[in-house]
Write a protein of this length. Structure first.
Length: 193
DNA sequence: CAAGAGATCATCT
DNA sequence: GATGATCTCTTGA
């Protein structure tokens, strides 16, 4: 079943943890791709220096200030897109970054888009999975309760969850230490240990 | 296998 | 004018 908007309206840390084991579904003219989420990160509110919205309400961060259940997609390092799911209440800027999924459906399509045959290199990173799933900034602000990009609960629980500090946020002062990265323990499809 | 450099541009100062 | 919520390729052990 498709995750309802109420799912995204919970606290960001809860959403990030509960997203593990859920299914990311992308419907595209070229075909449908599906993956099981194995790695997420939470970016929580205006105080969190690692969160883009800590710099204020701008054109880029506007979506994060909006209601829950919408996609925040931005370009990083001039070449890769990253997918986030907006959480919590309107006017409270927070989101969950999807960092890695285990490829399940549309694998040939992912291989073509990623230009590799290595299953483990298709979606094991935020930039990689956006490439594999054809997610770019055109989807920024898109409704996750619509049918282009959404999440499903297929009732398969996650064995065990591990947390670590977030990746690539050394500039965030004390916030870089927060254990807000969530991983499915033992998954071979995560971005890094 | 590990470490380092380079690619590349929207966003904010 | 500086800088990233990254990835790939090259180098060297």
């Amino acid at each position: 079943m498709k995750l309802p908007r109420s799912f995204y309206q919970q606290s960001t840390l809860d959403v990030a943890r509960q997203l593990l084991g859920k299914y990311l579904v992308r419907e595209h003219q070229e075909g449908t791709t599906v993956g099981r989420i194995v790695e997420t990160e939470a970016y929580v509110g205006p105080e969190d220096k690692a969160c883009h919205a800590s710099k204020g309400r701008t054109a880029r961060t506007e979506v994060m200030f909006g209601p829950a259940g919408y996609a925040y997609v931005y370009l990083i390092y001039g070449m890769y897109d990253c997918l986030n799911l907006v959480t919590e209440s309107e006017d409270y800027p927070a989101a969950v970054l999807i960092r890695a999924v285990e490829p399940l459906e549309g694998i040939d399509l992912m291989k073509a888009r990623r230009r590799t045959d290595r299953l483990h290199n298709l979606a094991s990173g935020p930039g990689k999975l956006c490439q594999a799933f054809a997610i770019d900034r055109k989807l920024n602000g898109g409704d996750l309760c619509d049918k282009v990009l959404y999440l499903e609960d297929r009732g398969e629980p996650v064995s065990k969850v591990v947390t670590t500090p977030r990746i690539g946020v050394d500039y965030a002062g004390p916030w870089k230490r927060k254990p807000w990265r969530f991983l499915v323990q033992g998954s071979e499809f995560i971005s890094k240990p």
